[in-house]
Ligand binder design. Structure first.
Ligand code: ZN
Length: 409
């Protein structure tokens, strides 16, 4: 397997939650000489990063008063999260009460061996991450004998009643179990997420595909980090990995929150850019918003417009939507096409069917908030929001090339 894929697979496997995406990003960044900016009252680091919960923002300063090149992606993926009072004992089973986060493809979570990961906050104000990758829990599907029409009717799940995982027959309380995991009893609160314990893998008789959890959107996070840590640029480069995209981005660490704006201000301040120069600088800046796209599904080809259906292993899809669900303008499309051509990265075009509204992502939000023109792209994949998704094995390299070209040009 090529080196880049083993790095991507490690990133995916070590990042079961947005908090772990941040930790995995930090470990990549520290290896490449980026350092933690703890306070913006301190002198701005030339290559720095700033963390808040499940979001991280990274920058590499360029020439004085040079425009910005921003790459955005999101750290969160739809999943099942352990409730604050999760302990259930029912009909001889121990179960964990869960809350559904984002647009989970629920049936994909049935009959999977699940681990638990997250962060714990202690009474003294400190915190730690934890991850148990063993088979701890499972949402068992009802046997066909007790649901004879299931194949004709389709799996129908009550979101509250039918999604409760079992995690044993005589389990301790969740809080007790968690105390054991972190070796402390002074737990004040926690975030705990369930995840499929299967590691990322190559798939296909020709090894042309990747199967993993959370390809949407950790594939983009990893690619953006590869680009900012390796590409040379005279621009002021920012990579912003926001949380909460899957639930609308309206949070402190979401794309609608202040993180990107704070760092843009810090960079402009560092370069002594005047308020009037700021408008020119932002108008000359670009944001590349990366979020996976829907590849054409061979069994459901009618779900795509026949002339605008992305295929795996043929490069990122450039996403356009006249109704501004995506931010890409003709000017942005031309800009990224020119870059793709110059760096020899394949690029496709995605436009959704008129009778099938597309999802939105962080591009339009960033554009609206900061006035930086955004271009929406994404690696094509199948099974989006499934517990285990499927994408092309060549597309991560394609995406890194495109992002590196974007940063440099
Ligand atoms: Zn996404």
């Amino acid at each position: 397997m090529v080196n880049s894929l083993s790095s991507l697979f490690r990133f995916l496997d070590e990042s079961p939650t947005p908090f772990h995406v941040v930790a995995s990003s930090v470990s990549l960044l520290e290896q490449k000489g980026f350092a933690h900016q703890k306070s913006f009252s301190d002198e701005l680091l030339t290559k720095g990063y700033f963390i808040r919960d499940g979001a991280i923002i990274v920058w590499s300063l360029g020439a004085k008063k040079a425009p910005l090149r921003v790459i955005g992606a999101h750290t969160d993926s739809p999943n099942l999260r352990v409730q604050p009072n999760p302990n259930i004992h029912n009909a001889g089973w121990s179960q964990l009460g869960i809350e559904i986060y984002g647009g989970v493809l629920l049936n994909s979570w049935l009959d999977r061996d699940l681990g638990i990961a997250g962060r714990v906050l202690f009474t003294d104000g400190t915190s730690t991450l934890f991850a148990d990758h063993s088979a701890i829990a499972r949402v068992p599907q009802l046997a066909i004998h007790l649901d004879r029409e299931v194949n004709e009717r389709g799996v129908q799940l009550d979101k509250h009643q039918h999604t409760v995982p079992v995690w044993g027959t005589n389990a301790p309380s969740f809080q007790e179990w968690l105390s054991g995991k972190v070796n402390r009893t002074d737990i004040a609160f926690y975030d705990a997420h369930l995840f499929d314990i299967n590691p990322a893998t190559l798939l296909g008789v020709d090894n042309s595909l990747i199967a993993s959890a959370r390809l949407d959107n950790q594939l983009s996070c990893w690619s953006a980090l590869q680009a900012i840590t390796s590409a040379e640029s005279e621009y002021n480069v920012i990579v912003v990995l926001n949380d909460h995209e899957e639930v609308g981005s309206e949070s402190m660490t979401g794309a609608a929150g202040p993180m990107l704006e704070s760092v843009v201000e810090a960079i402009l301040n560092h370069h002594s850019v005047s308020p009037m120069e700021k408008h020119d600088l932002l108008a000359a800046s670009w944001c590349l918003s990366a979020d996976n796209a829907h590849a054409v599904h061979p069994n459901y080809q009618e779900r795509h417009d026949p002339r605008h259906g992305p295929r795996v292993n043929e490069g990122a899809a450039l996403k356009l939507n006249g109704n501004q669900r995506y931010a890409t303008t003709a000017r942005g499309a031309a800009h990224i096409r020119n870059i793709a051509k110059a760096v020899d990265a394949p690029l496709q075009v995605f436009v959704s069917r008129n009778n099938m509204p597309c999802g939105s992502t962080i591009g339009p939000i960033t554009s609206t908030r900061l006035g930086i023109e955004a271009i929406d792209i994404g690696a094509p994949q199948l099974s989006m929001h499934s517990a285990r998704e499927l994408s092309g094995a060549q597309d991560p390299d394609h995406l890194v090339s495109l992002m590196s070209g974007f940063i440099a040009r």
